[in-house]
Design a protein around this ligand. Structure first.
Ligand SMILES: [Ca+2]
Ligand SMILES: [Ca+2]
Ligand SMILES: [Ca+2]
Length: 191
């Protein structure tokens, strides 16, 4: 990327960070909403504004991150801790947007410990792919059977190339734990 277009990208990014506050549709949770209890770790990448507390309400005050270079490639990793997550079907609700000049997106994963873990949930959940704020609710396709501590992680998706220090801003983040519907076996009963 030329110096000129990089400068333009940075200017656009700063302007968008300051000015883009498109309303996003709220997601509904039919179960228990759990908000982040703490920031767990960051790096590679930086938390350049806000804390996990700013993810606890959808108010257009967010927690912002940018990538840093790791072996010449721009990278970001952040983990939030969620305490006392009850048993059930685990979903993620997130609201945010990202700014990038090298096509980077930011996706979520999780791991949890109920005393016998940790258990890892792999995949590319609820990726943030737009410079316009959006909200989404995604199932982790995971059902827990006892209370657990969860760690929700966010990473860039372009991890092998690109040196643009892309940024992402999270306005809201929550786990939504819904009741698992019991389907009785033929001739059987639900507990
Ligand atoms: Ca918002
Ligand atoms: Ca990257
Ligand atoms: Ca917020």
């Amino acid at each position: 990327m030329s110096g000129r277009s990089l400068f333009k990208c940075v200017l656009l990014g700063v302007a968008a960070m300051l000015l883009v506050f498109a309303p996003s549709q709220a997601q509904t949770c039919s179960g228990t909403l759990i908000l982040a209890s703490a920031d767990d770790s960051t790096g590679p990448g930086q938390n350049f504004g806000g804390t996990y507390l700013d993810t606890q309400s959808s108010n257009d005050v967010g927690q912002a991150f940018n990538e840093t270079l790791s072996n010449g490639v721009s990278r970001l990793y952040h983990a939030w801790r969620f305490d006392n997550v009850p048993a059930g079907a685990i979903h993620l609700i997130r609201e945010g947007y990202r700014l990038t000049c090298d096509g980077d997106d930011f996706r979520f994963r999780a791991y949890y410990d109920d005393g016998t873990g940790p258990y890892f949930i792999f995949g590319n959940f609820c990726p943030i792919t737009s410079e316009t704020e959006s909200s989404a609710k995604c199932s982790f396709n995971e059902e827990t059977t006892s209370d657990a501590t969860f760690w929700v992680t966010m990473q860039d998706t372009n991890q092998t190339s690109g040196a643009d220090l892309s940024a992402v801003r999270i306005d809201y983040l929550a786990l939504c734990v819904e009741t698992v519907e019991c389907v009785p076996p033929p001739g059987g009963f639900c507990p």
